[in-house]
Design a protein around this ligand. Structure first.
Ligand code: KG4
Ligand code: ZN
Length: 361
């Protein structure tokens, strides 16, 4: 390892994936994933969603073995690490506490710096795990809990341009999949089914179409989808609902992103659009966004599929980028159920207040 290289153990436990990874960030900014281990908990399947208490217990049971596997595969041992990064929020706080406490224990025992990472910052930087994505860029972050457009100028330096006012896009995928009896998580299953469906079959609402700004809304679409799912008779009907919902979600993500691109292009000559988060794994969504980028003169980057959904490589990378800038956390870092990426906007804009009345995503 040369000076200026950072090799970081990342830990991710904010939802139902227990994940650990080792990532090396070199002084020249290049990134190498030395290992990435993700164990998805399937104990939640019978409940059709993630049960927080079950998730936290699952992380306690497996984090040790997963971290060990990541270190073994990377071949670095603890000795080869420059730091430990753990997700400190936002997420299911019981699970977050497990990964963060584990990270603190490693940091203390091995005298390594700790970085408490915002899970969303991990997603925001994840495209850099597979391609060069120089700052600044326009980011669409679409996952199970979040849907927002951000201007990313660098690590910890982001402005939110818009956000969902109700549900996240991933939630719309998951709830429709549940209504169609496809199980959890629904996004990938819905995408498979949609391949044999007709996207023009079920008319879907176009939320916020004429509205200024860059916000999203998926609750109306979700309700129409649930009603259509109830009326399903044949397998073909089912596939048609899946295709129609997927197309409607892709359309809204694209319309709002394209609008943000036009605005962003007035302020920046470096025109790069990045999509990240679980929903970025969807090929229809990717294709549609790629076409919008071509129309608007933007380069398009998405993370490799395995780094779209939750993983620890993105947490290790965020940790390494922070370490490279001398940004570390104390052993008193708290687990945070809510933690907006752009805290200034979140505090000043009551629509997105972080209290109980704020938007879920
Ligand atoms: O980023 P992620 O793993 O977790 C959160 O931070 O939320 O995103 C999970 C979400 C779920 O809603 C899941 O259904 C959705 O991403 N998802 C997909 C696909 N793969 C995962 N949605 C549509 N198509 C997919 N292929
Ligand atoms: Zn996530």
């Amino acid at each position: 390892m040369t000076t200026g290289d950072y090799t970081v153990l990342g830990l991710e436990t904010s939802c139902d994936e227990t994940a650990a990874a080792v990532v090396r960030r070199r002084a020249d900014g290049s990134v190498e994933v030395l290992s990435s281990v993700v164990a998805s908990q399937d104990e939640h399947k019978p409940f059709g969603g993630v049960v927080p208490e079950i998730a936290a217990r699952g992380h306690v049971r497996t984090i040790d073995a997963i971290a060990r596997a990541a270190l073994d595969q990377a071949g670095t041992g603890f000795e080869g690490l420059s730091g430990v990064a753990a997700t400190a929020g936002p997420g299911l706080v019981g699970g977050v506490m497990v990964g963060l406490s584990f990270g603190k224990a490693v940091a203390l025992a091995r005298a390594l710096p700790l970085v408490a990472v915002n899970h969303l910052e991990g997603h925001a930087l994840s495209a850099r795990l597979g391609a060069q994505a120089d700052y600044p860029f326009l980011l669409l972050l679409v996952s199970g809990g979040h849907c927002q457009l951000l201007e990313v100028r660098g690590v910890g330096d982001m402005t939110r341009l818009g956000s969902t006012i109700d549900d996240a896009a991933g939630e719309a995928f998951d709830k429709t999949a549940k209504a169609l009896g496809l199980g959890y998580p629904g996004g990938p299953a819905l995408e498979r089914l949609a391949a044999s469906g007709d996207a023009a079959k079920v008319p879907m609402p176009r939320a916020l179409l004429g509205r200024k700004g860059f916000d999203f809304s998926f609750s109306g679409l979700k309700t129409v989808a649930a009603r259509a799912a109830e009326a399903v008779v044949t397998d073909q009907d089912k596939a048609d609902v899946a295709a129609s919902v997927q197309a409607a979600i892709a359309r809204q993500l694209t319309e709002r992103s394209e609008r943000a691109m036009a605005d962003y292009a007035e302020r920046h000559s470096h025109r790069l659009f990045v999509v990240a988060g679980g929903v970025a794994a969807n090929q229809t969504v990717r294709r549609s966004l790629m076409e919008a980028c071509a129309r608007q003169g933007f380069d398009f980057v998405a993370p490799p599929i395995q780094y779209c959904t939750d993983n620890a490589a993105m947490i290790a990378l965020a940790g390494a980028e922070r370490l490279a800038r001398g940004l570390t956390s104390g052993l008193d870092a708290r687990a945070r159920p809510r933690w907006p990426l752009d805290e200034a906007t979140a505090l000043s804009d009551p629509l997105y207040a972080t209290g109980r009345k704020g938007a879920k995503a």
